[in-house]
Design a protein. Structure first.
Length: 192
């Protein structure tokens, strides 16, 4: 069983790379963005099926662990897990699971509302003690869904705004959504 693979990225395909480790090229499916001819070190998860053996590679052990957790959910195989991890950052995904944010998870290709809710139900208590401290009390955490909903109603994509919204709520734990929305719009305009 391959546990870790280090080599040079020789080819980049759609969702996979070929990593040359000595004279052998390994086809590794990865959600991480890698550059051609770069030297990489990936944690490998080997998935054996009746008709194939596939290698899934992750730049961190946390990514590999999250992949393994996702694939324990009924209806979520390696392909769907990779689609989720390719479109949502690890910390954002873990936050979405911990807070029950099915909308964020459902933004991944091939993941609908029911699958997103199933992921939350099955993994919320299994996230291995992951702590998501926004620096405030529970009322501050309640502002995040309202802020995201308000910004989405203005036409912003959840994946584009979630990191900024989390930071804004963490920095201003006592503010309500009516004060956070103008601040968020200001932050968005800075980034444009």
């Amino acid at each position: 069983m391959i546990g870790k693979l280090q080599g040079i990225v020789d080819y980049i395909g759609d969702g996979f790379v070929i990593i040359m480790a000595g004279p052998v090229g390994y086809k590794v499916y990865t959600p991480d963005y890698l550059t051609l001819k770069s030297t990489v070190s990936l944690w490998i998860e080997t998935v054996v099926r009746e008709d194939s053996i596939r290698l899934f590679g992750f730049e961190s052990m946390a990514g590999q662990n999250l992949f393994n957790q996702l694939t324990t959910v009924s209806g979520v195989g390696p392909k769907v897990a990779m689609a989720i991890m390719s479109s949502i950052k690890i910390d954002t995904l873990m936050q979405a699971i911990a807070t029950g944010d099915a909308k964020t998870i459902a933004t991944a290709p091939g993941v609908g509302k029911k699958v997103a809710e199933k992921i939350i139900v099955e993994l919320k208590n299994k996230m291995g003690g992951a702590s998501f401290d926004f620096g405030g009390d529970d009322t501050a955490n309640g502002a995040l869904p309202d802020l995201l909903s308000a910004l989405e109603s203005l036409g912003y994509r959840r994946l584009d705004i979630i990191d900024m919204a989390q930071k804004l709520v963490a920095a201003n734990p006592d503010m309500d959504v009516t004060k956070l929305v103008p601040m968020a719009l200001k932050e968005i305009s800075k980034g444009a």
